[in-house]
Structures are given as C-alpha cells and as structure tokens.
Ligand binder design. Structure first.
Ligand SMILES: Nc1ncnc2c1ncn2[C@@H]1O[C@H](COP(=O)(O)OP(=O)(O)OP(=O)(O)O)[C@@H](O)[C@H]1O
Ligand SMILES: [Mg+2]
Length: 554
C-alpha cells in the first residue's frame, strides 16, 4: 500500500493525544515501523539516553523515494485508509502520527532506498538523493531541544535509558524471528539471534539462567513463556503481555496472570511472563489510547479466562526448588547485563536456584520419597531418585490439606468427624453472621456448626483433618477470613486458612508413620512445589551436586 493522507473523518476517528512524551516512545514508534515493514533485522542505537541520538536501521520494505517527505506529515499512513480498516487493525501503526510527532520535537534524518529527507522541528530542511540503503534508516537528534517543558519532565538518564532498553527487549521477545541489536553509547546491550526461537530470545534478554526457568505456554490462543514459581521478581516489571504481538498494559489481564500465581508465589513476588494473545483484529479495539498502550476487548471476560487457563496449565509443570551450591560460585555479579532481571532476587532467599532440567516432574509421581527422619523440629529428610529432599513439614501439609479443602468446596465429598464435646466459639457479630451466610461452605468443608446467640457458634463436628485441640482457633480464623475476603478469592482464602490451622506445625514431632504418610500425600498432590502462600514445600539437593561437591566425579 502506498502512503496517503487520511480522509478527515478517518483522521478524526483516531485517538488523539501526546505520542512522544519520552525517548523510549520514539524508540517504540521507530521499531514498530520497522516491524510493520517486515524487517528481519532491526538495529537501534541510542546516545545520551536518547536525547542526543536515536538511530533505527532496518532491512524492511523501505519507503518509496517520492513518499519520503509525505511519511512525515500528520495523518500520512500506508496502513489504513477507511473507518472500516480502523476496526480491524493488524499492523502496529495505524495513526500516521508517529513520524510527524517525532519530527516536530527533534531533528530527523531519514534515508530509504536512495532518497533522503531532513526535518527540523517539523520543517522540511533538506530533501534529495542519497546512497541507496537496503531498508530504512531514521536518525533522531536533539530530542525535545525545542520543547524545554518536555525536557523538564524527563527522568534521570539511567531511567530514560532503561525505558528505551525495555521497549527493545519487549519487541525482541515478541518477535523472536527478528534479529535485534541495541547499542547504548556504542556498546551492545542486547543482541538476539532472530532465529524464531522465543526461548533463545528470552535468553538474550533475561540471561540464560532465567530463560531456562521459563515454561512454555501454548494453548487457548495464548502463547509465550511464564516463569516457574522458583523464579520471580519483586515488581511487576517482568510481566509482558501482548495482543497480536503488540505489548499492551491491561490491569485486568495483569490481574488474571497474577491470580494464577496465587499459591505459587509469596506476597509481593511477581512472575516473569511473555504472553501473546492471538486475537481476531476485529475483536479488539487498538484505537483507544494515543500511545496505543491500551486496547479494548470486545469480550474481555472470555479473554481473561483464556489467559488464566493457559497460564494455569503451564504452572502444573512447575518444578521443585533445588539447592545448588555450584551455581552460586559460577555466578558473576559484575557481569554488566543492563536491565536484565536479577535471578537471584528469586526466593528462597538463602539459596540459589539451579536451572538444569530436573529428572522428575512435579505432581502425582511414582511415589518414591523415602523418609529418613525429621531434623530441626520441622523438616523431614527424605531420599528420592533425584537426591536428598528436605521437606518443610508445615508447608507440605498445608499444601496437601489446602488441595483437599479446595476439592471439597468445589463439590467433592465432605469428610467430617463429630467432636466428643461440642466447642463454643466466641465471635464478633460479623463473624457470627458469616457463619450463617457461608453455612453451606462450612458444611462442605466438614463442619457442623450451630448458631449460639448473636456472638457465638457451637461446633459439633469438624473436618477429619482438623485436630480437636485447634477447633476454636481454626473456626474463628476461618470466619474472620470469610468476612475479610473479596468474593472472587473467598474460596481459596478460606481453604488456605483452614489448611494453615489444621496442618502439623513447625516443632511438632512426627513419628515414622506420620512422616511416611505426609511424604506420600505430598507426592500425590497437585502443585506441590509450594504451599498455598507460595513458599516452597521442599528443597532438593541433587545427587549430581553432592557428588560434585565431594569431588566424586565418576
Ligand atoms: N521503517 C519504515 N519502513 C517502511 N516504511 C515506513 C517506515 N517507517 C515509516 N514508514 C512509512 O511511513 C508511514 C508513516 O509512518 P508513521 O509511523 O508516522 O505512521 P504509521 O506507522 O502509519 O502509524 P502510527 O502513527 O500509528 O505509527 C507508514 O505508514 C509507512 O508507510
Ligand atoms: Mg508508525
């Protein structure tokens, strides 16, 4: 398609607003243009955090020489022509705004297929022939020099530079078939292979250790990579979400992802994700935000479900934590990988995490945890085909019970035991009301509870798993949680609370039979690598690592 000025009614239909508020926005727009032009190679160079220079070189289709000046006019685009086109956007660009907006606040030189233009603060200053180049070169200098107000809004150089890097990283992850190179002050800070292998691209962006900790998501229209529970970050910065390979920000889908990690990550920890939703362009409106960051889904609920199903399916493949002394030594903290996430931020805090593929998958496995004993009043020691396994008895039991309780709340058979002496539990009025309101849920869990005045209930029977001595505390906490939880996570919170108050505690002595039973239950339970609060249930000390440590390398 050739470049044309949009008809006024089409131009008016485009979400208007500030397009380039910072250097990273320029990088984003130029890279998007290269990708829309079908480039297989995109080289980005920045100096002075983008204020001095942003240069993007691609090997895409190029701009016809006679259209080069036109490309820099507002509403000039080759990507859409009609209002109908705006309803089915399948390119990253569609507004015909980016180049004009960039040229308005900088000095730009663009070369493509033997022609060249130079534009300063929106005015065409030079136009002519140039040495032919394969694709397109855009150079942006002195960004915001003529708009001091915007300069003042910029953050520190380091922050602006990191934002530029993040943009390129995002596209590098989503376009694994494109070879990206980012030069910062002349030094390569990112280079991808462009061979189409997303995991390899992730290795270039995140480091190979982190990339090895990512699990493949492929189903329900969602593709990409998500981190194992044992790899996480302290912020949401690692969450990349895209629609038709356009990075977007969406609170709701961000929440969908985070919710999948409930019970896998501790509070305040976030996964690393690269998720791309493949949608019919007609079912998502991209033309809602001036910088194209936000989109509107025609059916957000079903997309929410798609995201959750696909991420949850991937998470069932989660691997247990491993203790690996060797890697800690191999890690070079000085290696300057700009902006890469720090794997060692990942829990558990005291141990590094090994990235080699473990022999055994999580979940119902062949039943081979052989108990060896209990140490430090709270850990079970066991032996498996993989090595020595240390189990946090409380966390492990919590996970087992949590899954039981969830199953019951989902309609499974209750398993109840009558109390020899009914217990009276004093409550505040809200909790007492919750006992009535959630009567069916309590019964599903295995409780038999009677009203006993406005501020108490009588408990006649409990779930078989809840020790008699802890009934009062368990019921009170359970009702408190039911009062406090939002409806959408009430079931999980209730199950977690009851599991916590029913599980063996740190410090409880377990005899050999109890140890064996707990280990067996742990092996049979789903998602057993973490307790419902996201803490690890077990830690594997690999035989190979043991051998290496003791120099038994045969
Ligand atoms: N690197 C490039 N290779 C080939 N053509 C390009 C390149 N950059 C820009 N163009 C052409 O110039 C036009 C204008 O680019 P511009 O980025 O301003 O608008 P757009 O990409 O159409 O929409 P948007 O404003 O949403 O980015 C594009 O439609 C495209 O035809
Ligand atoms: Mg564009």
């Amino acid at each position: 398609m050739t470049i044309r000025l949009l008809a006024p009614q089409v131009a008016d239909a485009i979400a208007a607003g500030e397009v380039v508020e910072r250097p990273a926005a320029v990088v984003k727009e130029l890279v998007e243009n290269s990708l829309d032009a079908g480039a297989r190679r995109v080289t980005v160079e920045i100096r002075g955090a983008g204020r001095t220079l942003i240069r993007v070189v691609d090997d895409g289709s190029g701009i016809p020489p006679q259209d080069l000046g036109l490309a820099f006019q507002r509403h000039a685009t080759s990507k859409v022509a009609s209002l109908e086109d705006l309803r089915r956007i399948s390119t990253l660009g569609f507004r015909g705004e980016a180049l004009a907006s960039v040229a308005a606040v900088s000095e730009v030189e663009c070369r493509s297929g033997g022609a060249r233009v130079r534009i300063r603060a929106g005015e065409l200053t030079e136009e002519g022939a140039a040495m032919p180049v394969p694709g397109t070169v855009v150079e942006v200098r002195d960004l915001f020099a003529n708009t001091p107000a915007r300069l003042r809004f910029l953050k520190t150089e380091a922050t602006e530079q990191a934002a530029c890097l993040k943009v390129v990283q995002g596209y590098a992850l989503l376009y694994a078939g494109v070879r990206f190179e980012l030069l910062v002050e002349g030094r390569a800070s990112l280079r991808t292979a462009g061979d189409g292998d997303q995991r390899r691209a992730a290795g270039a962006v995140l480091g190979s250790e982190a990339a090895a900790e990512l699990m493949t998501v492929d189903g329900d229209g969602v593709r990409g990579l998500v981190s194992q529970p044992r790899l996480s970050r302290g912020s949401r910065e690692g969450i990349l979400l895209a629609v038709n390979r356009r990075p977007i920000s969406s609170r709701s889908l961000g929440y969908a992802i985070e919710e999948c990690y409930l019970g896998f990550l501790e509070k305040g920890r976030y996964p690393i994700t690269v998720l791309d939703l493949g949608l019919d362009p007609g079912s998502v409106d991209v033309n809602v935000h001036p910088t194209k960051r936000e989109v509107r889904f025609h059916d957000e609920r079903s997309i929410f479900g798609q995201v959750q199903r696909s991420v949850r399916a991937a998470l069932t493949q989660s691997q247990p934590y491993r203790l690996d002394s060797a890697r800690t030594a191999a890690f070079d903290p000085l290696s300057p990988r700009l902006g890469a996430p720090v794997l060692h931020e990942a829990p558990p805090p005291m141990f590094a995490v090994s990235s080699k593929p473990p022999a055994l998958a999580d979940g119902p496995a062949g039943g081979v945890l052989r108990p060896l004993g209990q140490v430090l009043e709270g850990y079970l020691v066991a032996e498996s085909a993989e090595g020595v396994v240390l189990v946090d008895q409380h966390a492990a039991h919590e996970r087992v019970l949590y899954n039981h309780f969830l199953a019951r709340l989902a309609g499974g058979p209750a398993a109840s035991q009558p109390l020899l002496l009914p217990e009276t539990v004093e409550l505040d009025p809200g909790e007492a009301a919750a006992a009535t309101e959630h009567g069916e849920r309590l019964a599903a869990l295995g409780f038999e509870v009677q009203e006993f005045g406005p501020r108490a209930v009588r408990v006649l029977a409990t779930p078989v798993e809840t020790p008699a001595g802890r009934v009062v505390e368990a019921v009170r906490e359970l009702l408190a949680v039911m009062v406090d939880s939002r409806p959408q996570d009430l079931v999980e919170k209730a199950a977690a609370s009851l599991a916590c108050h029913s599980a063996v505690r740190f410090g409880d002595r377990l005899d050999a039979t109890e140890q064996r039973r707990l280990l067996q239950e742990l092996e049979e339970t789903q998602n057993s690598v973490t307790c419902p609060h996201g803490r690890p249930t077990r830690l594997i000390l690999d035989w190979q690592d043991l051998k290496r440590h003791f120099r038994r390398n045969y």
